[in-house]
Design a protein around this ligand. Structure first.
Ligand code: UTP
Length: 297
């Protein structure tokens, strides 16, 4: 087995979700449903379909609803069983049987880098995938498998990038790259967290999928709080990009598929509609209604 074969996924879900208040006052934003499944389940399903059965969630306040969603609910299962409602029973069981899920607490939400550090003991000496719990990649557009293959064959850290409109780059980490994008892959030489449009080195934004070497933990431990007083993963990745001998360099996979930042209200609505129009149960009716609605507005 290659030294860089990945078997574990880390999913941070400890952010405060302030953009979605008051819905996120008493529950994590990752529990908001896209149609009838919480956002987090889409993300765990993505990890599992890329072959990662071992999932560590870094949780914050209000973690109970999250843990309960992936746990057994004996009373509900017995009720559906008694009624012979096997379809709904299968839906209830699906999240329970999905993966081996472990939990660790972040305590204070001191930034994404700080959340990732909490995974150190569980990950130990291995490379791992990091999937942000509020970032949903459309299952029809595979990304993680390509990133895992690239990591396994090169031993480098791999991050996902997406071209965004220059006016939007201030919302993201931004990549400084060298050379051309070949087969959708580019070398990253440096990174800047949330730059102003006029100062941004490119329009390539970092999105929520990473395959990282364990050396990133040592770098994070040395990384001082950055933007917003938070420990930034982007800052640690910049150190990795600039010191390839220490932690492997950084490659970027440029993603052209459908991606939804479900922590953002407008993107959340778009995600709901994009997924719903192709659903067998409601898709056709929704499409028809959307045409009518379009004439109304
Ligand atoms: P975001 O910056 O989108 O999360 O973090 P947030 O801070 O909750 O968002 P707003 O701006 O207040 O609405 C990206 C991912 O990192 C996790 C979040 O849960 C999300 O999945 N995160 C962020 C943590 O786990 N811990 C942190 O300290 C910060």
């Amino acid at each position: 087995m290659s030294q860089f074969k990945v078997t574990k996924a880390v999913i941070p879900v400890a952010g405060l979700g302030t953009r979605f208040l008051p819905a996120t006052k008493a529950m994590p934003k990752e529990m908001l449903p896209l149609i009838d499944k919480p956002v987090i389940q889409y993300v765990v399903e993505e990890a599992v379909s890329a072959g990662l059965q071992d999932v560590l969630m870094v949780t914050g306040r209000n973690k109970n609803t999250l843990e309960n969603h992936f746990d057994r609910v004996a009373e509900l299962e017995a009720n559906l069983e008694r009624k012979g409602d096997h379809d709904r029973l299968a839906k209830v069981m699906a999240s329970t049987d999905l993966a081996n899920i472990h939990y660790v607490r972040q305590g204070d939400p001191r930034g994404l880098g700080h959340a990732v550090l909490k995974a150190k003991a569980h990950i130990a000496e291995h490379s791992f995938a990091l999937l942000l719990g509020d970032d949903v990649m459309d299952a029809r557009d595979p990304l993680l498998t390509k990133m895992l293959e690239l990591h396994e064959s090169t031993g480098e850290n791999v991050i996902a990038l997406m071209e965004v409109d220059p006016s939007q780059i201030h919302l993201y980490g931004c990549a400084v790259t060298q050379g051309e994008v070949v087969d959708g892959v580019v070398r990253v030489t440096s990174l800047v967290e949330k730059p102003k449009t006029e100062e941004a080195p490119s329009n390539l934004a970092i999105i929520g999928r990473y395959v990282l070497r364990p050396e990133i933990f040592d770098i994070l431990e040395e990384t001082a709080p950055g933007r917003g007083g938070e420990i930034q993963l982007t800052d640690a990745l910049m150190t990795a990009a600039q010191n390839p001998d220490r932690a492997g360099g950084v490659l970027g996979v440029v993603f052209k598929g459908r991606r939804y930042d479900t922590g953002d209200k407008l993107d959340f609505i778009k995600a709901t509609l994009r997924i719903a129009v192709d659903r067998e149960d409601i898709g056709q009716d929704l499409r028809q209604w959307l045409h009518e609605f379009n004439n109304e507005i």
